[in-house]
Design a binder for this molecule. Structure first.
Ligand code: FPP
Length: 256
């Protein structure tokens, strides 16, 4: 009892954010989010971890709509990493069911709001029922020209870079180019994010200050923003606060 109360007192509560002034001419084009803290959010409420993932799914809806309203072009969400397969089987199975549930609930609104759904990750070991839901959403929204909602699902950055190295090594071996001719653009073109701009901003929730194998190449000049708030509590005011702070930073790309 005391332990539980102590936990409630010492964990961050979602802050009542003040309205943030956003400049419409400096909206980050691509925001990528490491959605962390679902398990701790659930634990704090005495709920099973999967309840945190379910609440996290609701936060995805809120943030997608907030990003769309602001005119963000790409929202990448780290939804399942290549390392997450190591979690207990029932948790993995639950996570594999969430895209189905999310898309069943939200697809009509996503279509209507001109959102384009994409997946960035390896499709091979994703269960057919998960993949079918995602592919259907991709198909139904492929002509949409608004926000790109990019699910990093079964995604890992080192594997992505390794795959790029292999593609380029193969091209060299076949005589299509020399090692000296390989450019940064060639590497970017071999990544799963090939046709997307690099993220301008990376957000991580839950108080962890690390990157966890996420978009390592692409984030070279991204602005990093961390909050103690657990992902299921993430909401539009906090999203706007993050964008407001992004707008106050001077991005110099190594220059002056
Ligand atoms: C990290 O929190 C979160 C995940 C590994 C999964 C994120 C998934 C969602 C938010 C829902 C996905 C929904 C769709 C539609 C793709 P954690 O479990 O590591 O939290 P903890 O660090 O507190 O244990």
């Amino acid at each position: 009892m005391w332990q539980r109360l102590k936990r409630l007192w010492t964990q961050p509560e979602p802050a009542a954010e003040e309205a943030v002034e956003i400049m419409p001419d400096n909206i980050p084009v691509h925001i990528a989010i490491i959605m962390d803290g679902n398990g701790r959010w659930a634990k704090r409420r005495g709920l099973p971890r999967v309840a945190g993932h379910h609440a996290g799914m609701k936060a995805i809806k809120r943030v997608t709509m907030a990003a769309n309203d602001l005119g963000v072009k790409v929202l990448t969400l780290y939804s399942f990493s290549t390392e997450n397969w190591k979690r207990p089987q029932d948790e993995v199975e639950f996570l594999m069911k969430l895209p189905q549930e999310f898309l069943l609930l939200e697809i009509e609104e996503l279509v209507q709001k001109n959102v384009q759904v994409r997946m960035m990750g390896w499709r091979d070991n994703v269960p057919p029922h998960t993949l079918a839901a995602v592919e259907e959403a991709i198909e139904r929204t492929k002509e949409n020209t608004g926000l790109i909602l990019n699910f990093a699902f079964n995604y890992g950055s080192r594997l992505e870079i390794l795959s790029a190295i292999r593609q380029l090594a193969e091209a060299v071996q076949q005589g299509h180019l020399t090692p000296e001719e390989i450019t940064e653009e060639d590497v970017s073109a071999c990544l799963l994010s090939a046709d997307l701009p690099d993220p301008d901003m990376i957000i991580r929730t839950s108080g962890e200050i690390r990157i966890s194998n996420f978009m390592l190449w692409q984030m070279a000049y991204a602005e990093l923003w961390f909050t103690d708030i657990y992902w299921p509590d993430f909401d539009e005011p906090l999203f706007r606060k993050a964008v407001g702070e992004y707008q106050r930073r001077a991005r110099r790309y190594g220059g002056l």
